[in-house]
Write a protein that binds this ligand. Structure first.
Ligand code: ADP
Ligand code: ZN
Length: 737
């Protein structure tokens, strides 16, 4: 190590000369970085991407710092070369280490999320495009060739196939013309960077309250780390307000990250963005192809993408100069990644912002209790948009007591809800029936012997999907054709569906309203951006009268003609009874209710429940969020549950049930003790088996100020769980299944 070199984020990274040792971190679940020798002719700095040998393989890694000396000189391998990608910033490296430490994962596993497209570390091969040769050579002309030259003269260089299409000839004519010199080949990027947002377009005229919030967000862009919570009822203009801050950050030359849940369904969001800024942002979510991701990764690293909109994993993109993070629907559970490195993207985004000394904005109509507690403690700034834009009234909410007004036998819609749907359709308006259950029926049982059809690999009922003619497990994807006879007692025609799913509800609705045009909205038919966009356009064009949907329609949509929302089973989310059951049900019901009456027409919401006295139903009915929050917070505080206490979930799993039990018991015996510490379990997980793996749970509960990571690390080491048993740690768990 000799002199220093400026890294991309202006920090001084040490430079390593040929012959010295460096530690290289690999995107593998490894705790340590390995030592390699810098080869002759190469100087490296921390953050550089390099290719190294690993056993028989070669792989990409990152120079993490000076070598540790743990490999003897004789055994040390040489780095093969530096990769042609912008080095990782010191900030990004520190973030990887921080997330690893917090979530108790090996740093290499976290680095793997930052290197999710290793191909991006090499510059992409450009495509060949053609433009007319200049000067034009003497060549034999044909009508087809002149058509190609005419087409090529008009517009940017294009690929052979595209040019041929424009000229109405075969691609061979184009390549033939290039061969004789009539066209000049020139490279173009396969995926050009997204267009820079057009900042000169005027945004909407903001109301005084909106403007005040927008000013606060915009001012923060130059003021270092801050967390602001933008709370407002659906339709109050939160999106318009934060787009102002996006414009401000981009105007200052910085990059912006917007995280959204279920990005694939944000077709309307993208159209809004496009309307505001004249082009699409860079996108990052599971639907984006690997080829496109490779380009986007580089655009982000090279600072060619100003705004990235993505799902949680976008947080690990290699921003060159991130200046603002927006978390829309911050309360949403989908920011929690439950597989692999278990982390909460909302919480980690706050950490990322602190490390980068930039602002983060948490946006929601129903901020999480965690966020609310941080507001109460004075750590987050609270901005509030109290009213719907344009003064549209919030919908009237009524509860339907299902004990008093039950539906007919074998049906799911109560008389009051049926009546309301009829009236809505008569007025030529749209209605949404919300039931958060895919498929036809959640359970199939034998009328003769009571046997229930269960997944052979999971502790779960098989869900009938009648449209597909299958029984499906929603946990592992196992499927089978419905059997003609009960597999237990052999009686034919004895299996009956129990309970409703959206498909069964549709059957009822079709019989009740034979003339209504019905659209389903579930992840089974809205599975990508295209299908979601088509759905939105059909609703907007009033080609649909009645929507039957799961939680997929609860978020973000804005349909002016939709004036009735019927919640078919509001109690569904309360039954599991986990820590956040009430909070989540409140958020979901509130959000679904917010779909009604978003424009001039008043909206109405009918909520079917068997528990009209439940605090959640009461709060929704009275529109009294404050009372609900107060009661819910008090309950959590009394029980010392988050956000007033800390939890760490530990799941022990494996295919050998005895070994899993032994491992779980070993963890139970080795459990940490202390005044403020309690370990619950081991106990069979509610999903005691998934994909053939047996599962046991333990839960560590500690005081809010407890640093749980060192405790848990020592605990796991002490317990010496057998190798064939997996121990998954979940700091700040959301799932208790
Ligand atoms: P939220 O994000 O809080 O649900 P939106 O930002 O989506 O609210 O706003 C709801 C609707 O009202 C959108 O169609 C939006 O374009 C419109 N809107 C909000 N504020 C204004 C404004 N100041 N001027 C014009 N239209 C607005
Ligand atoms: Zn299963």
């Amino acid at each position: 190590m000799t002199k220093d070199r400026q890294s991309a984020d202006g920090q001084n990274a040490p430079v390593f000369q040929p012959g010295t040792r460096v530690a290289v971190r690999l995107p593998l679940p490894l705790t340590d970085a390995y030592d390699y020798r810098v080869p002759a002719g190469l100087t490296l700095a921390a953050g550089d991407f390099v290719r190294v040998p690993l056993g028989p393989r070669r792989m990409a890694g990152v120079v993490w710092g000076p070598g540790t000396g743990d490999v003897p000189d004789a055994k040390m391998k040489e780095i093969l070369g530096r990769l042609d990608a912008p080095p990782m910033t010191a900030e990004a490296m520190a973030f990887v280490d921080w997330v690893a430490e917090y979530t108790l994962n090996p740093p290499g596993a976290v680095l793997r999320m930052a290197l999710s497209v290793p191909e991006a570390l090499e510059p992409p091969k450009p495509l060949t495009a053609y433009r007319p040769a200049d000067p034009r050579p003497e060549i034999k002309m044909t009508p087809a060739r002149s058509r190609v030259l005419d087409a090529a003269a008009d517009g940017p260089p294009r690929q052979a196939a595209e040019l041929a299409r424009a000229a109405g000839v075969t691609p061979a004519v184009v390549t033939g013309l290039a061969k004789v010199g009539g066209l000049t080949a020139c490279p173009i990027p396969a995926f050009p960077p997204p267009p820079a947002p057009d900042l000169d377009r005027p945004g909407p005229d903001l109301s005084a309250e909106q403007a005040a919030a927008a000013d606060s967000l915009s001012a923060a862009v130059t003021e270092g780390f801050s967390v602001q919570v933008l709370e407002g009822v659906p339709g109050s203009g939160k999106t318009e307000v934060y787009l102002q801050a996006v414009a401000e950050a981009v105007a200052r030359g910085r990059q912006v990250l917007v995280l959204l849940p279920e990005i694939a369904l944000s077709a309307q969001w993208l159209e809004r963005f496009q309307a505001r800024f004249g082009g699409e942002p860079a996108l990052w979510h599971s639907e984006v192809t690997q080829a496109q991701k490779r380009e986007t990764w580089r655009h982000v690293a090279l600072g060619q993408a100003d705004v990235v909109v993505g799902a949680r994993s976008a947080l690990f993109l290699p921003f060159r100069d991130l200046g603002l993070i927006i978390i829309d629907e911050e309360h949403d559970g989908s920011f929690k990644q439950e597989e692999g490195v278990v982390y909460n993207a909302r919480d980690m985004a706050v950490v990322r912002a602190r490390m980068g000394r930039i602002p983060v904005v948490l946006v929601s109509a129903t901020p999480s209790l965690e966020t609310q507690a941080n507001v109460d403690r004075g750590r987050y700034v609270h901005l509030h948009l109290p009213a719907r834009h344009g003064g549209a009234d919030l919908p009237d909410v009524d509860l339907v007591n299902m004990t008093k007004s039950p539906p007919q036998r074998g049906q799911w819609l109560s008389p009051p809800l049926r009546e309301a749907v009829t009236q809505t359709l008569e007025r030529g308006e749209q209605a949404l029936l919300f039931l958060n259950r895919r498929g036809y029926a959640p359970l199939t049982l034998c009328r003769t012997c009571g046997h229930r059809l269960q997944c052979p690999q999971c502790t779960a009922w098989l869900v009938e999907h009648r449209l597909l003619g299958r029984l499906q497990c929603h946990h592992c994807g196992y499927q089978m054709a419905p059997p003609p006879a009960c597999p237990e007692c052999g009686t034919e025609d004895s299996l009956v569906p129990c309970g409703p799913g959206v498909e069964r509800l549709e059957e009822e609705v079709r019989a009740l309203y034979p003339d209504a045009r019905i659209a389903m909205a579930t992840s089974d038919n809205l599975y990508n951006q295209r299908t979601a966009r088509e759905f939105v356009h059909r609703i907007e064009a009033h080609e649909v009268d009645l929507i039957i949907g799961t939680q997929i329609v609860a978020k973000g949509y804005h349909f002016p003609l939709l004036t009735l929302v019927g919640v078919v089973d509001a109690d569904l989310g309360l039954s599991g009874g986990d820590l956040r059951a009430a909070e989540r049900t409140y958020q979901l019901l509130y959000q679904v209710a917010g779909r009604a009456g978003r424009a001039e027409r008043p909206g109405r919401v009918l909520i079917q429940t068997f528990m009209p006295e439940h605090p959640v139903m009461d709060a929704i009915l009275k529109g009294d969020r404050a009372a609900f929050l107060a009661a819910e917070s008090k309950g959590r505080e009394d029980a010392r549950m988050p956000p007033y206490g800390r939890l760490v979930g530990v799941v022990v799993s494996g295919t050998d049930e005895a070994a899993v039990d032994a491992g779980a018991r070993a963890l139970g015996r080795a459990a940490p003790k202390g005044a403020d510490i309690q370990v619950l379990g081991p106990a069979p997980a509610p999903l005691a088996m998934i994909r053939g793996r047996h599962r046991r749970r333990l839960l560590l509960k500690a005081g809010r100020g407890t640093a749980v990571q060192p405790l848990v690390r020592a605990w796991i080491t002490r317990a010496q769980v057998p190798k064939k048993v997996r121990v998954q740690i979940d700091v700040d768990p959301y799932s208790f299944m």
